[in-house]
Design a protein around this ligand. Sequence first.
Ligand code: GCU
Length: 650
Amino acid sequence: MPLIQRTLERILKNRSAVVVAVGVSLSLGVSAQESDGPQPGANSEERPAIEVPSFGAIFEGRSCLPAMSNVQARNTRSLDGQWQYTLDALGEINRRPEKTRPAVFEDVRDADIGPNVIKEYDWVRAPLIEVPGSWNAQIPQLTWYDQWMWLKKHFNSARNDQVRRFVYFEGANYETVVYLNGERVGEHVGGFTPFCFEVTDLLKDGENTLVVGVNAEQDEMTIPPKRADWSNFGGITRPVHLVEVPPTHVSNYALILQTDGKILFTAQLDGENKRQQVHVRIPDLGIDRRYRGESGSGTVNGLLEPRMTLSRWSPGNPVLYDVEIESGGETIQDRIGFRTIEARDGELLLNGEPIFLKGISLHEETVGVAPDRYMTDAAARTLLREVKDGLNGNFVRLAHYPHSEAMIRAADDIGLLVWSEIPVYWDVAFSDPAVLTLARTMQGENVYRDMNRASVVIWSVANETLVSDARNSFLRQLIEDTRQLDPSRPISMASHTLRSKGGAVRFDDPVIEDIDIVSVNYYRAWYSDGPLDELKTIEWANNSGKPMVFSEFGAGALAGFHSDENRKFSEEFQAAYYEAMIEMLENIPSLRGSVPWLLKDFRSPRRFHPEYQNGWNRKGVIAPNGRRKLAFDVLADWYKTLPDNPVDAK
Ligand code: GCU
């Protein structure tokens, strides 16, 4: 049975428990405080205003479930750089009997092909690849390769039984198997969320050898499924760390501002000493509190009351507070923005004030004619500045999968609101329980990673999925999990199931009743004919009483191709399309967000028109090299006229 099924079977056995466990919200009173600085008498029996998500740090094998929070702030050593690699196009190494596999990873130099021994690989003379980074972007012959690659990294270490050590992957696409010094450490499924494994007992003095197998193949069991409108970049696409933490440490934590002005603090201790002290400080808010973990679970839940005025985070005021969490000798420093976000009475309320999302979507691709998925802070800021400064925007839909943590932290710092989604996209195998468990796990991993990021304001559970009983219950399970994992953010999904009745267009999707923000993807007059000036006559009937967002609309244009505005793929047509769409959007009273598809042209295996596309989806308002198309200014000028607060717009 291929790894993915075996893995999913095991996930089904274990992680569904974890997902349920991590979804169990502790609505208990806050933890007893050890001793705290001069605080107004926060009653230890006070119940949190919102239910407290718990971190089910249940170790299944060596896997961290979920991956520890804020790895960059811990005692880490980078394993990035040049790795050896060998291809395994038929996945034969992964199908070898477990006991013969380590021999494959030996550094044996096959000087001669002997009379009795032929090896189809040779690590000593193996080629090198840069990690992080996809093989598609680095090796031209592998542009469309989506099978197995085995990568190897030697590094020196020294045993130290006073600490615990983990190997942490910020992301690898899609199915990953990890070996250290010939021992199988574990595996992970999913291309865009972090994962880590404990390796304390496997590390040895001197040279250690890490071997990682990555299989990028997508099929009917994967999330996303094989058919997706973006290129599948395979490999170790995000940074790799060796992390050193105390024997008992804070594995995960969250600080969530509540509408009553208090900050919910929850943390999970991982290790023997469940009662270990956890000290949390936010100096600029006069917060300095000490807690002990609950004796059974090692969980800390507290309510922190700012002693100074808290400046709430927003796109116009992206203030981040220095937060320090100390336990067991480890001090974790983070920068966290505090704000509230609600979808209520047809409005999106940021810090209690209605807001209009002036946004755009983007794939995780660097600017350039040979883009990669590896997003450094600088590369992230290049893209986000185009939205914030270029387009006068305040929002990004990071499609169609969790982007790098660097992107989210840059959005926190720059001041952009974020829509975050997992790739439950088009034809997912909604009837398969193992696929549901994979989606639940993926959503858990995504939510845990970004729970402390003020910029993330919407969790989306799907994109353009067809209505069916299986799909409806699949999405409702994801929605329920997400609410339990993080009750502090509204939930949406990008829907395209509409029907026209009596001249009005309305949603025709039963799951609309379960989400907080109705979002529609709409391409009339691009994928269909019909004059652009028809768009403004369309009446939208949103009877949900919920805020509405256009999560996609757009047209393709080859940068530099100019013609009259009736010629599709010309810049003039794309600009005219945006003008017509904007005229329609301005006539939708319940509209609270505009998110065109999309910022930058991106690689796609579905787009091979020889003149206009050649492997690129051309709906970007900027070209691959960053050059702005005519439509860019149409959108920027409109957003400039729009106040953040839609109430002012009327
Ligand atoms: C769909 C889909 C996108 C796709 C876009 C397009 O709505 O959500 O992933 O790229 O349309 O057709 O360009």
